[in-house]
Design a protein around this ligand. Sequence first.
Ligand code: KG4
Ligand code: ZN
Length: 338
Amino acid sequence: MNPLILAFETSCDETAVAVVRGAETLSNVLGSQVELHARFGGVVPEVAARAHVESIRSLTHQALNEAGIHPADLDGVAATAGPGLVGALLVGHSFAKATAWARQLPFVGIDHMEGHLMAPRLQFGDFEPPMVSLLASGGHSQIVHVDEWGEYQTLGSTIDDAAGEAFDKLARVMGLGFPGGPAIDRASDGGDPAAIVFPRALPDRPFDFSFSGLKTSVVTFIEKAQAAGELPSLADVAASVQEAIVDVLVAKTFNAVDETKAPVVGGGGGVLANRRLRHRFAEEADKRGVTLVIPDPILCTDNAAMIGVAAAHWLAAGRITDWTENVDPGLVLGQPLT
Ligand code: KG4
Ligand code: ZN
């Protein structure tokens, strides 16, 4: 059974609506709010929630039209239940529930991180766990072992900032725009990743990350270099900063691959859109002969198709969310909704 799902993702600053049939994407539309938030240097929760309200109806029409689907054809409606910004989550969740209720369809609430975990299915079809997955976004960084879909073991995570948050903070320090990840990715073009060796934290903890110290060392480096009149090119600084983050993400993910002997390695979350990270993942996967399932960047950053594919999986397995269930901004992967 490949259920036809209308899916919503509004946990942060993208209003996203998609139609999927099983693991096939029929439409995947986005209303990005990046410009609304850029002048504040970060996502403003109230601004995000209001913008979701303004665009969700027209994006829903667009998603249904592009998919060539009439709401009467749907088998279910899904939305992100958490984690994320509570006001933003509530917009998509309530809209999805109301749509499902009005059409007498089942509603499925999905964990945003499980959406990132399952996104590779949209591109690589029905590969099966066990797999190791790196989830790295603006709010989370964790290495997960997937025993089977629904059985998630977090092997390690960040003890302070998320990797995307580190990119965002470092870009600010370097005078680049928001969001910082894509800005550093672009600025690193032509730069030497070995130009400056920034510290790699927690060398003795195989699966955990720490990124907060990196900001201090980059600030100190820039101040000293400026005072000495020896500031390297922006490309060299960006490439070196990027390498410091990418290096630990790759090393620790592949520590987990080696430890668990997982035959498949994947990832999701905005940071997995990073070109250097993708290149390094491909090299390491190749070296070990493991299957790599990192989808195209558009499926790594927030989108609703990933919520749809997860919902299709669970609906086919008979799991429906009760009407009384609410959003959970602090939802933890693998734990039930509270
Ligand atoms: O998964 P995502 O789209 O939203 C959240 O759930 O947080 O991730 C957003 C994060 C931001 O911190 C952004 O700077 C980072 O992903 N990001 C990148 C790249 N594209 C987005 N980081 C590094 N390189 C990129 N190309
Ligand atoms: Zn995300």
